[in-house]
Design a protein around this ligand. Structure first.
Ligand SMILES: [Zn+2]
Ligand SMILES: [Zn+2]
Length: 285
């Protein structure tokens, strides 16, 4: 069986003690992985790690949670010298096109992201309209980078699927995003998923699929030809290991659940999602 974890953060600080062991353990399971950047330093670092492994690639981009200052649990991401407990303010970043353009030239860079609209984690103290305006501006800039570099996009979206679909539709209408992309860690409705599929996008399911009943119904209805699997490690550990730090090899659990929902073998799910991931990111294997 061959699987690709289409979205993890195995280069994050949560693995500072044992990153190489975790990567080797994952590769030993026959699982390849794409490790995803969220801001300048995690984007640069992901490429550095991917450089060292066959079966590993990276993406570069600016996550919406890093476009506005807010307090949340960010310790897994930060370098040790900047850690604080229990909560810290996120580092905010304005999207620096030149910086990311340089990173995108790296041979292991296979996509732009994760970025997108996140209406869920807007701090109550913030000016909501202003935060959304800044998120939209950051999304458009990364649409442009993906178009210019001819790479697919990795969309992170929470509580804003219709608005996100409108932005993508507009960009495609303007001749952008030729390589399309993936909606990562999808948690919306079937109708919302279908809108992205109709735009030529893939839908990626995380470990949430192992326990969220509504989402299981959505997965059942979507064609395997448009699906990817991921862990979003170190987050979102699937059942039955919920509560532990996640690792990319657990993408097997997501594939197993998807097979069960679809009434097919895990090998069929593995083959489809492997080919889909390879196609969308043009992975050279
Ligand atoms: Zn995300
Ligand atoms: Zn992520």
């Amino acid at each position: 069986m061959r699987l690709i974890d289409s979205h993890c953060h195995v280069h994050f600080n949560a693995y500072r003690e044992d990153m190489d062991d975790v990567i080797k353990r994952t590769l030993d399971h026959g699982v390849f992985m794409i490790t995803v950047g969220t801001q300048k330093d995690t984007s640069a670092h992901g490429l550095k790690v991917a450089e060292r492994y066959k079966g590993m690639w990276a993406t570069v981009g600016l996550h919406p949670n890093h476009t506005v200052e807010q307090e949340f649990w960010d310790n897994d991401e930060l370098p040790p010298e900047e850690q604080a407990t229990p909560k810290i303010k996120t580092r905010t970043e304005k999207f620096d096109m030149d910086y990311y353009r340089e990173l995108a030239k790296h041979p292991k860079c296979v996509g732009i992201g994760e970025f997108g609209l996140d209406y869920y984690r807007i701090p109550e103290s913030a000016d909501r309209a202003e935060v959304i305006r800044r998120q939209e501006e950051t999304v458009r800039a990364q649409f442009d980078l993906a178009t210019e570099t001819s790479k697919p996009i990795v969309i992170h979206c929470r509580d804003a699927y219709p608005q996100q679909a409108v932005m993508i539709r507009e960009a495609i209408g303007a001749g952008k995003l030729a390589r399309r992309g993936v909606i990562h860690c999808f948690t919306g409705t079937l109708e919302e998923a279908q809108a992205f599929v109709d735009l030529g996008f893939y839908i990626s399911f995380s470990g949430i699929l192992t326990f969220a009943k509504n989402l299981q119904e959505v997965a059942r209805a979507l064609p395997l030809e448009r699906l990817l699997v991921e862990t979003d490690s170190p987050y979102l550990t699937p059942a039955p290991d919920r509560g532990k730090r996640n690792e990319p090899w657990r993408v097997e659990y997501v594939a197993k659940k998807l097979a069960e929902l679809k009434g097919v073998t895990i090998d069929q799910v593995a083959n489809h999602t492997y080919e889909n991931t390879k196609t969308i990111f043009q992975l050279v294997i």
